[in-house]
Design a protein around this ligand. Structure first.
Ligand code: HAM
Length: 432
């Protein structure tokens, strides 16, 4: 045969193709129940969009981008990841349609091929599929927790049982430079033993030394190695504590990994990765993400906090196949095609935020319901206006007195205005 497929490219067929389609469909279905909407993003963008956002000295930009000139002499690139394109979409298209009309946040998901010119090996391809979600416009730790719990819920429902969530905090533009200074000082003491690339990174981007497959395993074992969380400013430290508190509250287990820095420059504060512990290529994450509060502004948009993640779909499929060899016998059907009732959780004060987060998490994960909220820092009027703007059929209102003293929730029908109080313990049998 004269033609062979290119190195690092795959064709996916049979049961694996079926599983991959199921993962994509299940992820989208679950995300819609968290009020995320699909955006089909371009595969090709201006190359500069990626070089500026991922970071000029990251491996993705320095070594892995498919860059070429198009017929109009523009320097363009096949997307190596989805966040930069999603952020461009947010600034160019979504923000003018939402934020300026009083809708404070935008939640989207996307799927499709990403391209990185990597050295091909198991779980590492040059074209691979990501399913990703991004939450723009919410700086509160409840957004970090929503993103992580959405990811965990997807992984649970598609059948990845042996997963571990690793989390860390990378701080902000105030405290990160202090950490980088310390890291630089520390690594300078061993600079002679660094690989060629890391010697360069020591001046250009010391944090990226911690992604280096050659040097980082050895550096991490050195005594007195400085960890990012030891240098967090008070705000970032409180923020990280709150994220962990909310994760504990909804019963989501995680492991802190103080060495997790991620391979992209745009992250601030919370970062996370999920690994399948019994997978052959266990060192590789099946999904990863974090907060990137400065990116939208750096790209020319209004300052907008954001957080998100992407699943490596082939890696997830391979982890599921390794975990459960009989996965093909599973029923891949998701829904009966009926439109679900959509619930918006309203709180009368931020004191009720933890209870409301717990309720929202339980309704989404245990009952698979379509639920939005709670949204912190907004008046009741504002929250109800948002619920009706999004055309929610019902709101579940948690009021200080009724909830705290009597464990009662008000269910309000948004079309008739009718409302009735119901005990939290009876909620399960009343709503579906
Ligand atoms: P990332 O860690 O570069 O993050 O990629 C996310 C996931 O894509 C990885 O955890 C892995 O499962 C998969 N992946 C990456 N490279 C390859 C490859 N060469 N072959 C197969 N799978 C691969 C991002 O891309 C960020 N945009 C995630 C994000 C979204 N952060 C915030 N929002």
């Amino acid at each position: 045969m004269k033609y062979q497929k290119l190195r690092g490219m795959r064709e996916i067929y049979g049961d694996e193709a079926k599983l991959i389609s199921h993962i994509l469909e299940a992820s989208s279905h679950i995300a819609q129940n968290y009020n995320y909407s699909e955006v089909i993003l371009p595969t090709i963008e201006e190359a500069e969009l990626f070089t500026r956002t991922a970071g000029e000295t990251t491996d993705i930009v320095e070594k892995q981008m498919y860059v070429f000139k198009d017929k109009g002499d523009r320097t363009v690139a096949l997307r190596p990841e989805g966040t930069a394109g999603a952020a461009r979409y947010y600034i160019q298209t979504a923000a003018p349609q939402t934020i300026q009309k009083g809708i404070p946040f935008v939640k989207i998901f996307y799927k499709g091929s990403m391209f990185r010119y990597e050295r091909p090996q198991a779980g590492r391809y040059r074209e691979f599929i990501q399913w990703g979600a991004e939450y723009f416009g919410n700086s509160h730790p409840c957004a970090d927790v929503e993103i992580i719990s959405l990811l965990d819920n997807i992984l649970e429902k598609v059948g990845l049982k042996d997963r571990v969530i690793y989390i860390n905090s990378l701080g902000c533009s105030e405290c990160r430079p202090r950490y980088i200074e310390e890291l630089k000082k520390f690594i300078s003491t061993i600079q002679d033993s660094l690989c060629y690339d890391c010697k360069r990174r020591l001046t250009s981007n010391p944090l990226r030394i911690l992604d280096c497959k050659i040097d980082s395993p050895r550096i991490f074992t050195l005594k007195d190695f400085p960890k990012p969380t030891e240098y967090l400013c008070t705000n970032c430290s409180n923020n990280y504590t709150e994220v962990k508190k909310l994760l504990n509250l909804i019963g989501l287990k995680y492991t802190e990994d103080h060495l997790l820095v991620r391979g992209l420059d745009y992250y601030t504060r919370t970062v996370f990765e999920v690994k399948s512990i019994s997978n052959a290529a266990a060192q590789d994450a099946v999904a990863a993400g974090g907060r990137y509060d400065n990116l939208i502004q750096q790209m020319g948009g209004k300052p907008t906090p954001a957080a998100g993640f992407a699943i490596g779909v082939e890696r997830l499929a391979s982890a599921i196949i390794n975990n459960q060899p009989d996965y093909t016998k599973r029923n891949f059907l998701l829904s009966d095609g009926k439109q679900p009732t959509r619930y918006f959780i309203v709180i009368t004060s931020d004191n009720l935020l933890p209870d409301a987060i717990k309720l929202s998490h339980n309704l989404r994960t245990k009952k698979g319901l379509f639920v939005e909220g709670p949204i912190s820092g907004k008046s009741i009027k504002n929250q109800l206006a948002l619920a009706s703007r999004f055309n929610f059929e019902k709101t579940l209102i948690l009021a200080d007195e009724e909830f705290k003293e009597r464990q009662e929730i008000l269910i309000k029908d948004m079309s008739t205005g009718e409302q009735k109080a119901i005990k939290l313990s009876d909620l399960d049998s009343v709503i579906s």
